[in-house]
Design a protein around this ligand. Structure first.
Ligand code: PRX
Length: 653
């Protein structure tokens, strides 16, 4: 079986199997009455009050949805609240001594915070941020790995009404600078380093390199993660000192309008410039609370673990805001699943008695490759529910997860959503829906997703088409930061009619007779590597910046483990030589500009790129070559011969 069959295509070809939710799960599920779909339909948008009811409002909202200025929808209008209050203060009476966060470092060191302890530290750091000059609506950037100070800093910002912008720690210094400049962010919270596969990585030098590229003055706070006397820099503030200086401080949660920005999250798009996705306070918090409740079945007494990184939207919504708003215990782990051995995750599930595990298909494919001997070493019987997110999951990996991790007694929720949607949109409800491996499921109650053709007409079951979302939802992005025009162009222009606004997530999909949606992947120039979005333009501009490169194209090709991998095709300037040295320079250039996650799987040198007569690079053909697929139509090419040349290079013929 070829790689492509094992990952994406298999989902489309295989006879679809179905699994019912385990009876034991259904009995205790937060949501188990199938009439919820109809109830939401009959009372839309009023149905979303159910989500808002999971949140404490300082001032009740007057209207659920205001759509006077589409697509700039407003949710829970007139309502006032604070996200930090909702994640901390309101739990103090009933759950002050219960654990909010259980953290484990890669070397096995542990830290725990009860709700009372987390509340105290968030207050102290909020007071410190204020003293450093952070005011309401200032954007505070965080460039941190998976350490407790990251959610603490996020909640401290939320407390004082300062939106945060978290930059994934694996991103490069350049990526940090780009995001701080775009958000005009004058504050950075970072750390000295962290552990990766046994090594202590230096993170501060990378942060400092990034700061050198910021075009305005900045104030930086550094967390001492490594505790090795690492020089934190004279011009930086030490996190521990700041917190100690504000010991016992209390900061009243700032009253925020429902529509006020809670955070910004940059994500890759089709142009080289990352998009600053803006999320609101009231709609977002309600939506992630509701989906944590209904889909992840989170209850206060759970020990819930989302094994994503807080540097991505999954971690924002389902490590920090959703679980903490519901007052549960959320687990955080610093390291990778394969260190010191391939059973690291199972050791943690066993040791902490984890009740729900939410992870990515890439990780599941790796577990499957390593073999069931690793989970078999541990008692995983505490698990009640399994989830996946970030990319299509092939039925084989789904079934392995269901069988070897869930012991056929946990429902698996395959959740489709995006940075822009804030929370889950398409998935089965675990206490209600039949599960079909490879298919995410129906849209959630109240969500109106369809699969349409290029003209916006719904396609027949089984046919491939484009996914659209035809009604707004509370967790939706409000706009792209300071760029309303791009917001409309990117998400609304493609399918909106004269009197209706339709959201286009830029994914391909198909739907079956039961209304189950199988998401087939991106239809724009975005590559999904291990569940992380990378823009081809970003990669291409990094390659072209390497000395000696004249032109480059980057495409996504199927990859057995990562879902997709980056393939680059490069034309060199005269006088530069193809070979290992140049390849290393190109790979290094991409890592430096974006981060190791964007590392090209293959660099193919070519004298020309396939182009249409109008000069556009035919990426489809390059994708076909990367995937070893039959080539698509080459007749519109200006230079059809080049395709054979490139193919020969890749296959070595
Ligand atoms: O292509 C879809 C894919 O991931 C994209 C969103 O990426 P990002 O904004 O980084 O958010 C990832 C975590 C929510 C989508 O446009 N995707 C996400 N979940 C699934 C998926 N593809 C198939 N099945 C999924 N369950």
């Amino acid at each position: 079986m070829s790689d492509s069959e094992e990952t994406g295509l298999e989902a489309r070809l295989a006879e679809q199997e179905a699994f019912e939710p385990p009876a034991e799960f259904v009995e205790q599920a937060n949501v188990s009455d199938p009439s919820i779909y109809e109830e939401f339909e009959n009372d839309w948008p009023g149905c979303w009050e159910r989500a808002a009811d999971l949140v404490d409002w300082e001032t009740d909202y007057d209207e659920v949805l205001v759509d006077d200025d589409e697509p700039f929808y407003e949710w829970f209008v007139g309502g006032e609240l604070n996200a930090s209050y909702n994640c901390l203060d309101r739990h103090l009476d009933s759950r002050g001594d219960e654990r909010a966060i259980r953290w484990e470092g890669e070397p096995g060191d542990t830290r725990e915070f009860t709700y009372a302890e987390l509340h105290r530290e968030v207050n102290e750091f909020a007071a410190a941020l204020r003293e450093l000059g952070v005011e309401e609506d200032d954007v505070v950037t965080m460039y941190m790995p998976m350490i407790p100070e990251l959610p603490i800093a996020m909640l401290a910002c939320a407390r004082i009404g300062a939106p945060h912008s978290v930059v994934f720690a694996g991103f490069s210094a350049d990526a940090l600078a780009t995001r701080m400049n775009a958000a005009d962010s004058q504050f950075l919270v970072t750390c000295d380093g962290y552990y990766r596969r046994g090594d202590a990585l230096d993170h501060l030098s990378k942060a400092d390199d990034g700061l050198a590229g910021v075009d305005h003055g900045t104030t930086t706070v550094v967390v001492d993660r490594l505790g090795d006397g690492h020089d934190l820099g004279d011009d930086h503030f030490d996190y521990d000192d700041l917190v100690a200086d504000h010991a016992g401080a209390e900061v009243d949660p700032v009253t925020r309008d429902a529509e006020d920005m809670l955070f910004l999250m940059y994500t890759s798009g089709t142009t080289g410039e990352p998009k600053g996705v803006k999320h609101s306070t009231g709609g977002y918090l309600s939506y992630v609370s509701w989906t944590s409740h209904a889909v992840l079945d989170v209850k206060p007494d759970d020990t819930y673990w989302c094994a994503a990184d807080i540097g991505w939207i999954t971690g924002h919504s389902y490590i920090v805001y959703g679980p903490l708003a519901l007052g549960t215990t959320t687990v955080m782990y610093e390291g990778t699943p394969d260190h010191p051995d391939n059973d690291r995750l199972w050791e943690l599930v066993d040791g902490y008695d984890v009740t729900q595990l939410y992870t990515a298909p890439t990780a599941i494919r790796a577990f499957m490759k390593w073999g069931e001997e690793y989970p078999d070493r541990h008692d995983l019987s505490s698990l009640r529910l399994l989830g996946t997110v970030g990319e299509p999951i092939n039925p084989k990996a789904w079934k392995w997860y269901y069988r070897h991790i869930g012991d056929e007694s946990c429902p698996v929720v395959d959740t489709w959503w995006q940075t822009e949607t804030g929370g889950m949109m398409i998935t089965t409800l675990p206490g209600i829906g039949t599960m079909k491996p490879g298919s995410a499921g129906p849209p959630l109650p109240g969500v109106d997703a369809r699969v349409v053709d290029a003209d916006g007409e719904e396609v027949a079951p089984g046919e491939a088409g484009y996914l659209t979302v035809d009604r707004p939802w509370p967790g939706m992005l409000r706009t792209l930061y300071k760029n309303d025009e791009r917001f409309i162009e990117e998400y609304w222009d493609a399918y909106s009619g004269s009197d209706e606004w339709v959201y286009f997530p830029e994914d391909g999909a198909k739907i079956d007779d039961d209304g189950y949606i199988t998401v087939l992947g991106r239809v724009d120039d975005v590559i999904n590597v291990s569940g992380h979005r990378l823009g081809t333009m970003e990669i291409e501009s990094a390659v072209v910046d390497v000395e000696g490169v004249a032109e480059a194209a980057a495409v996504g090709g199927d990859h057995k483990m990562k879902g997709e991998a980056v393939y680059t095709y490069v034309i060199l300037e005269d006088g530069y030589e193809e070979g290992e040295e140049m390849e290393a320079a190109i790979i290094g250039g991409v890592e430096e500009a974006i981060g190791p996650i964007a590392r090209p799987e293959e660099v193919v040198f070519t004298p020309e790129l396939p182009k249409t007569r109008s000069g556009k690079i035919m990426r489809r053909l390059l994708e076909d070559i990367a995937n070893d697929d039959e080539l698509g139509n080459t007749s519109t090419l200006r230079n059809p011969d080049v395709v054979d040349d490139i193919e020969a290079k890749v296959t070595g013929d």
